[in-house]
Unconditional design. Structure first.
Length: 216
């Protein structure tokens, strides 16, 4: 499969955000990744999931939601990684950029959020309901989306490790708010980071099926 890899800088408000784009020759959709607390676009878990999605003919965008200066501040204080409003506004801006610049063409957009990035993805999905066709959360904190949860109209898949008991509880509460657009699937034998053999592959497979179904 012919693929186009590129690193670009996406302007969102006052920030210039570095992003890695991977685009199959004729993508059926493009998935924007929102990484979690203290992580970056180089997260090996998100990179692995992105590669799996590329294999299904989906484009991927791995992006740092904080500028380099903000990242330095966050490394010291850990304050910005939990600023869901800021992260969601950055995601919404990148969704707009994808829709206007069309690096993948005129294709539907999905959001993949991990940890706190899942909450940001859901808030962004509400504000860009006309552009976001599907959301997947990996070991996420969708509960941090707050009042936005009840406003989500986008098909949303919550993936949680079977041994990640506290996060399972939080996801079940979020699922009740999401209603019929939400679905929770538990990956047996997995802890929060899905480090156990085969568990991340299950995440990638579930996410791939969700996106190919709902972005079709």
């Amino acid at each position: 499969m012919d693929e186009q890899r590129s690193t670009v800088t996406i302007p969102v408000g006052d920030a210039q955000l570095p992003a890695d784009l991977m685009l199959p020759a004729q993508p059926g959709g493009v998935v924007l990744f929102a990484h979690g607390s203290g992580s970056s676009r180089h997260s090996p878990r998100n990179v692995a999931v992105a590669r799996s999605l590329n294999g299904r003919g989906l484009g991927t965008v791995l992006v740092d939601l904080l500028s380099p200066v903000e990242d330095e501040i966050d490394a010291r204080t850990a304050e910005l990684r939990f600023d869901i409003g800021l992260l969601a506004s950055r995601l919404a801006g990148i969704v707009d950029w994808l829709a206007v610049q069309r690096p993948a063409g005129d294709v539907p957009i999905g959001l993949f959020g991990a940890s706190t990035g899942a909450a940001a993805a859901l808030v962004a999905a509400v504000s860009r309901a006309d552009r976001v066709g599907a959301v997947v959360s990996r070991g996420g904190r969708p509960d941090l989306a707050g009042e936005a949860l009840a406003q989500v109209r986008t098909p949303t898949l919550l993936l949680v490790g079977g041994l990640d008991e506290e996060v399972i509880t939080l996801n079940k509460r979020a699922l009740a708010e999401l209603g019929e657009v939400g679905e929770l699937r538990v990956i047996p034998g997995a802890t929060h980071l899905f480090e156990e053999p085969g568990t991340l592959e299950q995440v990638a497979d579930e996410a791939g099926s969700w996106f190919t179904t709902h972005l079709a």
